[in-house]
Design a protein around this ligand. Structure first.
Ligand code: FAD
Length: 258
């Protein structure tokens, strides 16, 4: 993937937080002209020692009204991009394409009452942006954020999620959001154990949510591991829930990370 010089800006790292040996967050400056819709991604570029630039897609964690940009990244062992990205420190430069893009946005749905946000790993990122924006709270009666990781220590941004309904601009919507952490490889306090697909199949997810997944009321966004996305889509299909397309509105929107 390449980008010509007029297609990106150079931004400065303001903060880097290591969460686990394989997960970290990055905060950068934001170009005054950079616009995006909550749920979209931008291509980030890092310059390698030989001077070449590697580009990868990254969802924005921060909200469209923040003055900075924030990203949440995995470190893939030997990964061409993340090996370089994880070396960056405060003050270093990150290239960011000017044009954000992506369709994991609320305008994919024309209606719906309950929004389910299903994520694995760093796939929670676009949902954090969506939840920090005003629109989702206004449009949906209930919001279920389902965040699946392998081990409890990988649950990132829990303070951000816990603090959403205390934000002044969201206070009137308090009680709409339920956070449902899922941990697959260990028992973890407050989290469900099992894969998202298992939890849908055996009814535990709906039981904990106190809500049915139904084509009439539910709208489902799914992000992260492509296998989880495929399997979940198949399951939802058996309940008459299908991908939402511009020519044919449906109940499901997805973003595969690889
Ligand atoms: P690659 O050679 O690109 O990937 C090697 C392998 O690592 C992949 O085949 C896959 O098995 C695994 N892998 C890649 N990404 C992930 C991941 N996120 N979690 C677990 N396993 C992974 N990554 C993020 O960390 N945060 C994001 O917000 C993010 N947003 C994305 C948005 C879109 C639209 C897409 C298409 C991808 C996104 N990714 C995100 C993935 C990202 O673009 C890169 O794949 C990732 O940075 C790894 O790059 P790499 O060169 O180190 O390894």
């Amino acid at each position: 993937m390449t980008a010509s010089a007029d297609k990106f800006t150079r931004q400065t790292l303001l903060d880097v937080q290591t969460l686990t040996p394989s997960l970290f967050t990055l905060r950068t400056t934001r170009d005054a002209g950079f616009r995006f819709v909550a749920g979209q991604f931008a291509r980030l570029g890092v310059t390698k020692a030989d001077g070449s630039v590697v580009w990868r897609a990254y969802s924005l964690v921060s909200s469209p009204h923040d003055e900075f940009l924030e990203f949440f990244s995995i470190v893939v062992p030997g990964g061409e991009f993340t090996s370089e990205l994880s070396r960056l420190r405060v003050g270093d430069t990150l290239l960011i394409e000017k044009q954000a893009t992506g369709f994991l946005t609320l305008d994919r749905f024309t209606d719906g009452r309950d929004l389910w946000l299903l994520s694995t790993g760093t796939g929670v990122a676009p949902f954090l942006s969506i939840l920090q924006d005003f629109e989702v709270w206004e449009r949906f009666r209930t919001i279920k954020l389902v965040y699946s990781v392998r081990e409890g220590a990988e649950l990132a941004y829990t303070d951000l999620v816990a603090g959403l309904e205390q934000r002044e601009y969201l206070q009137e919507y308090a009680g709409k959001l339920q956070f449902i952490p899922v941990v697959t490889r260990e028992d973890y306090p407050g989290a469900l154990r099992g894969r998202i697909t298992q939890l849908i199949e055996d009814g535990r997810l709906e039981q904990v949510a106190g809500l049915e997944l139904s084509p009439e009321h539910s709208r489902v966004m799914i992000c992260g591991n492509p296998q989880m996305i495929d399997d979940t889509r198949q399951l939802l299909k058996t309940r008459d829930m299908r991908l939402s397309l511009s020519r044919k509105p449906g109940q499901v929107a997805v973003e595969n990370y690889w």
